[in-house]
Ligand binder design. Structure first.
Ligand code: ZN
Length: 110
């Protein structure tokens, strides 16, 4: 049923925290296909009627980074560009941009 398994995983983890959480920041790589709006709507759907329903969600987009397998230069792909801007060769490995994890959280003061 959940459309965003990684987000539900984070929420499950947060719901097990003993204290109420006032705000949460998640890191989401630029290459993750879901938009911020989609993540937000999944978040409100999944946290509705839970202790997280009033928690503020911040989405931190992590820029994509690739490393060329020919010259080993690192670069940020533009418009999902896959050829290396240094040597022009194709075939790079993704070293950043596919993240999806809980970065920080703030507990409510009692
Ligand atoms: Zn290169």
């Amino acid at each position: 049923m959940p459309k965003s398994p990684r987000l539900s995983f984070i929420i499950d983890h947060l719901l097990r925290q003993p204290k109420r959480i006032s705000s949460v920041q998640i890191a989401v790589g630029e290459l993750v296909p879901e938009t911020d709006e989609q993540i937000r709507s999944h978040w409100s759907m999944l946290t509705k009627d839970t202790t997280l329903s009033r928690t503020t969600l911040t989405i931190h987009r992590v820029p994509a980074e690739q490393q060329c397998m020919a010259c080993f230069e690192k670069y940020q792909p533009l418009n999902k560009e896959t050829s290396c801007p240094h040597c022009g060769s194709f075939g790079a490995r993704i070293i950043a941009g596919e993240e999806f994890y809980l970065e920080s959280l703030k507990e409510e003061n009692e």
